[in-house]
Write a protein that binds this ligand. Structure first.
Ligand code: ADP
Length: 192
């Protein structure tokens, strides 16, 4: 019995080691791909999208023009141009409209599809912003839980991913991520 409990904790411990929490700027992350919280047109915008386009340079918008936009909950990949990251994975989060329009499922889909696209391109280190929690208005506590849960679920079934960085730009998001990750550690007595 004891052994089986320890064994069931093994993947959780392993997965925790792959997750990093950072308070900072997504565009400065040294990973193979950063994920952009884009809009359906994929033609740039404000917030993290604007910061990524400014840091990447003109090549990024030119490549984005060839992609024919992106559905909410889906993801598409481009090169990273002047960024440290070799790739940008553009995903489109849901606009929060009260929670009855499939927003949680669509947000989870953003994380899953971004990770699918990463794996299809041999990418093993990925940094995420807090998708939809800016101008799209998704409540931060719920968005945090969805992000963490979806990433853990994905890691459980995809061993190839080596590192996931959650990059928070504001203290509120950072605290939410820190306390959620802390709770998971405690609940599972995770030695990590
Ligand atoms: P959305 O439209 O998906 O809400 P936003 O860009 O408005 O996208 O916000 C998404 C999250 O990205 C917000 O929590 C915001 O604080 C954060 N953000 C904005 N700029 C940056 C940046 N340079 N690096 C990391 N996160 C950022």
């Amino acid at each position: 019995m004891r052994i089986s409990v320890e064994m069931s904790h093994y993947p959780l411990t392993e997965n925790f080691r792959k997750i990093q929490l950072v308070l900072g700027d997504l565009t400065q992350q040294n990973v193979e791909a950063i994920v952009n919280a884009a809009n359906n047109a994929l033609l740039g915008g404000g917030g993290v999208d604007g910061a990524i386009h400014r840091a990447a340079g003109q090549g990024l918008i030119e490549e984005c023009r060839t992609l024919n936009g992106c559905e909410t909950g889906d993801a598409k990949i481009t090169k990273g141009y002047n960024l440290l990251a070799k790739h940008v994975i553009h995903t489109v989060g849901p606009v929060w409209r009260g929670g009855m329009r499939n927003e949680p499922e669509l947000l989870a889909s953003c994380y899953r599809r971004s990770l699918d696209v990463a794996l299809e391109n041999g990418i093993k280190t990925i940094a995420f912003p807090n998708i939809s929690t800016g101008v799209y208005g998704f409540p931060k506590p719920e968005a945090t839980k969805i992000a963490i849960q979806t990433v853990f679920d994905f890691l459980n079934s995809h061993n190839e991913i080596e590192r996931i960085v959650f990059v928070c730009f504001d203290n509120e998001n950072y605290s939410l991520y820190a306390s959620n990750l802390g709770e998971i550690r405690q609940n599972f007595s995770c030695n990590c």
